[in-house]
Design a protein around this ligand. Sequence first.
Ligand SMILES: [Fe+2]
Length: 198
Amino acid sequence: MRWKFYPLCATEIRGESMDRERAMNILRARLKKENLLKHCLATEAIMRKLAEELGEDPEMWGLAGLVHDIDYEECTPETHGEIGAEILKSQGFPEEIIRAVRHHNYMNYPSRDTRLEVSLVASDSITGLIVACALVKKGKISEVTLKTVKKKLKDRSFAGRVNRDMIREIEKIGVPLDRFIEISLDAMKDIAGELGLE
Ligand SMILES: [Fe+2]
């Protein structure tokens, strides 16, 4: 299979430390859909808060969340994550992030090995559920509560494309489901303006 893959300025970037601003520029060069960028920002925000909760590196985890769908506008369901990993490799991202992005395609990788990988898939999945809950509340995420999200998580006819199993997998790394929902809600409420959910 031929990948539609064009490295961007790899030589300028390789060898330098990766920071959020540079990652954002790389992401914006590849993703044009506003809703997709918002999804990436939401995933980043959750990953940062979760890292703080678990004593992990918020910068690293935040970056993984931010760039996890970098290939979304140029991949197929089968190549999603694979192309992303290659892009990130060419741009000098840390190996942990590259691996987590590759493995977040749970269709290709049915199990995850590290806390970062489990957290990325869970965070990726819960953003869609929370956005759907906010839309029911006329787009106001401030009105979404833990109780609402728990109820909608059980109702598989609501936001049917959200993978509930991937959200629940967070308990495998010792984070209670309720706590994960709270962290995710808080994280997304903190950036409600950027997400267009005020
Ligand atoms: Fe995603």
